[in-house]
Design a binder for this molecule. Structure first.
Ligand code: ZN
Length: 305
């Protein structure tokens, strides 16, 4: 098993987009800067969706223009369609990675982006080309990879076919999203073993939601299968716009705590991640639900005293 992993913090996008109350831009910027100080070298910070669809993320350009973070932090933006890419490219120098996406299930894709999977993939192929031509890294995400709340089981072969098409279009990283928390650890292990075998040379990223409390177990299983790239959300923020009730990415601080306790390096400062989540709690004015936020990190020094 690998002794080090990469974690991309997705709270400022996947997390914030699910918040009903408008988060002031200044607070978003402050939180992203705190995350960079905690050691994240990959942060998803914005989404170029239509502002009337997700008003919470309509200040993406201002966030990108104003954040002040070290040069080696790779910023990712999510791009839903060509129009979104047009807008993102207006601030092309302010980010490094563009993520395009599709849902593996037809029904979820339709409800999420109001198009068929075929239409979405056709647009994605064009976008991937444009992203690469701009010298940006193209990442791709297959949502509902482990199950769909409307269609149930999603065939592994179907998910990997989509992933392969993304790779052929030029995506160098493919994230598999458990968008509504339907994966289980045994399936995660088989899935990531198959994905790694099918997509050599492509970075494979695990994106679990903790909707049903199995997120960390799934992450461990993915690690066991050889996956070393993960996405998570500080404070366990997050969810999915459809269907309602799909709350909770895995909490970054819990994921980091688990990895560190197992001797797996993340490059992150756990107390600083917890502080950032605590600050998010203050900004949002409600109690967040991650375990590490409630209990704090394990302090072996104190326990042995
Ligand atoms: Zn997600």
């Amino acid at each position: 098993m690998s002794r080090s992993v990469q974690i991309r913090e997705v709270g400022p996008r996947d997390g914030f987009q699910n918040e009903p109350e408008r988060i002031p831009t200044d607070d978003k910027i402050r939180l992203i800067e705190a995350l960079a100080r905690a050691g994240f070298r990959r942060i998803e910070v914005a989404s170029f969706v239509r502002p009337d669809v997700i008003p919470q993320l309509s200040d993406g350009v201002e966030v990108l223009n104003r954040i002040d973070i070290p040069d080696d932090v790779q910023l990712m933006v999510l791009i839903p369609n060509s129009k979104g890419l047009d807008n993102a490219l207006k601030v092309r120098d302010r980010f490094h990675e563009a993520a395009i996406f599709v849902s593996a299930s037809e029904t979820h894709n339709k409800k999420n982006v109001n198009r068929s999977v075929a239409e979405t993939m056709a647009d994605n192929a064009v976008m991937a080309k444009r992203v690469r031509a701009e010298g940006l890294k193209c990442a791709a995400v297959v949502a509902t990879s482990f199950g769909c709340p409307y269609e149930g089981k999603v065939e592994l072969g179907r998910v990997l076919d989509l992933a392969e098409r993304f790779a052929e279009a030029g995506a160098t990283e493919i994230g598999f999203g458990d968008t509504t928390g339907m994966c289980n650890p045994m399936y995660a292990r088989d899935f990531f073993a198959a994905a790694l075998e099918r997509l050599p040379g492509v970075e494979i990223t695990a994106h679990f939601h903790n909707t049903r409390g199995q997120g960390l177990a799934n992450a461990y299983a993915a690690l066991e299968a050889g996956c070393t790239s993960f996405e998570s959300s500080f404070g366990e923020l997050g969810g999915c716009p459809v269907p309602k009730g799909s709350t909770g990415n895995i909490a970054t601080e819990d994921l980091v705590s688990m990895f560190h306790e197992m001797g797996v390096e993340t490059g992150l400062d756990l107390p600083a991640v917890i502080d950032a989540a605590r600050e998010a709690q203050r900004v949002l004015g409600r109690t967040l639900t991650s375990h590490s936020l409630v209990a704090g990190p394990i302090d072996w020094h104190l326990q042995s005293a």
